[in-house]
Design a protein around this ligand. Structure first.
Ligand code: NAG
Ligand code: NAG
Ligand code: NAG
Ligand code: NAG
Ligand code: NAG
Ligand code: NAG
Ligand code: NAG
Length: 439
């Protein structure tokens, strides 16, 4: 107990120091920009149509290297296996983007298409291929901290708009798995896309680096860390606008040149944080912001240009919708929630399944899903539902499962564990063994 307290205290001290450093780094740069930024912000709002219906198709999009066995295993065991359970095919198609120049990628693409068409015909899948950038120097340069494959993943992240014509992209990683049924309420608030962000990690060296590269790319501060949750829902054209903005800001003739200047060797980059920081400054009204920061808001806001400050209504200590996916390698223990969520869903639909009766789960077994940052759950603190928060958490989870249960009852959603078994067998066919989820 006292050890925990000590850790928390240390974290807080670091947070304060960390944010102060970041803050100091920004102050000088921002002041003289205030006027220009404001003008751009106003202009930014005018080039899109803000209304989006909740039945707009959403592309579940994944960029991965298909030649690496490790990534193939993640795709089958994490993403594919959980998609067929928790992501309704009626939401839209899945698009996997692989490496154009790699023969094993084409072979993998064919395998996945064959498996999906044969066993999950209701899931529309497209496999597309991305060519290497024209300039090889974009991915391979002296002093790069990362191998070219890693740099390529970062590079590609800025081009996700090229792989679908749907106006909304649900961005996933191959090693992210769904953890509870995805609902429209977890994607939308009215016509806005929900965004989660976590501003409590500035003590981490790599987050400080993300902040610096974001500032360099956008000419505007990193708002918070948007890398802590999945899927990330982003309008397709936000990617387009963001690339245009960066290219213009870097005075570059194309994005390749811009990328080389804001991501020189030795730095770290979080593309999702760049794109969503861009959205915060230029398309704020299209998104519904749910952020948590761990320092004084007035102080935190001093880094932002006038009119771009974070307001109390953008902050949320406990999520108002559960997280629907997690990054498996950062918290494998969270996999237990997959069966819990499955059982709570069927219970809400009035279905009594033997496996669920054996476990007798309750909503409180799902409390971890209300944490902002599932990646650092182990190191930061326990779930946020202790003490006075318990009732609120139970209400949020209760509403979530009521929505899911109703859809199951009305045949709007299947939640069938046989799909999980099928994917495990398909994985075996290509030499991959998935760790079972069901104990
Ligand atoms: C995919 O299916 C087609 C048609 O059934 C078959 O010709 C092809 O060999 C399969 N590809 C792979 C990689 O299994
Ligand atoms: C988007 O639509 C255009 C025009 O119909 C088409 O040429 C293009 O291939 C489509 N792109 C994708 C990724 O489907
Ligand atoms: C949806 O947005 C409105 C206004 O922007 C806000 O008051 C409300 O709390 C949001 N609802 C949820 C569930 O996040
Ligand atoms: C782009 O050019 C303008 C005008 O020449 C200059 O003020 C600005 O610093 C340049 N931006 C970058 C990122 O180099
Ligand atoms: C936050 O900082 C401001 C000064 O920037 C101060 O006036 C305010 O009291 C602080 N709030 C808290 C809760 O400490
Ligand atoms: C399930 O657990 C609840 C309390 O957590 C208990 O009241 C109930 O009797 C249990 N049901 C079964 C079937 O074990
Ligand atoms: C919980 O709520 C009670 C009554 O409103 C209050 O006295 C108490 O301080 C709260 N506890 C915490 C930990 O916030």
């Amino acid at each position: 107990m006292s050890r925990l307290k000590k850790c928390e205290l240390l974290t807080i001290v670091c947070l304060v120091l960390g944010s102060l450093l970041i803050y100091l780094a920004f102050v000088g740069v921002i002041d003289e920009r205030k006027i220009t930024v404001e003008n751009t912000l106003v202009a930014g709002y005018s080039h899109h149509n803000p209304s989006t219906a909740m039945d707009t198709p959403i592309t579940l999009l994944l960029r991965m290297p298909g030649r690496l066995l490790d990534h193939r295993a993640r795709y089958y065991c994490d993403l594919f296996r959980s998609t067929v359970l928790f992501w309704p095919p009626s939401y839209g198609k899945t698009v996997i983007v692989l490496d154009e120049e790699s023969a094993p990628d084409h072979q993998f693409g064919e395998i996945v298409i064959n498996h999906t068409r044969k066993h999950f015909p209701e899931y529309k899948l497209e496999v597309l291929y991305e060519a290497l950038p024209k300039d090889k120097g974009v991915l391979e340069f002296p002093h790069s901290r990362q191998p070219p494959g890693y740099n390529r993943q970062l590079w590609s992240s800025f081009f996700l708009d090229l792989y679908t014509n749907d106006s909304i992209i649900a961005w996933m990683d191959s090693d992210a798995a769904f953890i509870t049924p995805v609902t429209k309420s977890s994607i939308f608030n009215g016509t806005k896309l929900r965004v989660l962000g976590w501003g409590c990690t500035f003590h981490l060296a790599w987050v400080k680096q993300y902040a610096i590269t974001t500032m360099r790319a956008l000419g505007l501060p990193f708002v918070v860390d948007y890398m802590s949750y999945f899927p990330t829902y982003i309008y397709r054209d936000t990617f387009t606008h963001c690339r245009e903005h960066i290219t213009r800001h870097m005075n570059a003739s194309d994005f390749e040149k811009a990328f080389k200047s804001f991501y020189p060797g030795g730095d770290l980059l979080s593309p999702v944080s760049v794109v969503l920081s861009y959205a915060w400054f230029f398309e704020r009204d299209r998104y519904d912001w749910h952020m948590q920061i761990c320092t004084n808001l007035t102080e935190y806001n001093k880094q932002f240009p006038v009119g771009a400050d974070i307001r109390p209504q953008h902050l949320e200590d406990i999520l108002s919708q559960p997280q629907t996916a997690f990054h498996v390698r950062y918290g494998e223990f969270l996999s237990a929630n997959i069966l819990i969520s499955y059982c709570l869903s069927h219970e809400a639909a009035g279905n009594q399944l033997d496996v669920c009766l054996r476990h007798n789960f309750s909503l409180s077994n799902n409390f971890d899903l209300l944490h902002h940052d599932l990646q650092r759950l182990k190191t930061i603190r326990q779930n946020p539902c202790a003490g006075n928060n318990t009732d609120y958490c139970l209400q949020v989870l209760g509403d979530h499962y009521k929505e899911v249960g109703l859809e199951i009852k009305e045949n709007g959603r299947k939640l069938d564990w046989r799909g999980v078994k099928t994917v495990e067998e398909l994985a075996k066919e290509i030499g991959i063994t998935c760790k079972p989820w069901l104990y």
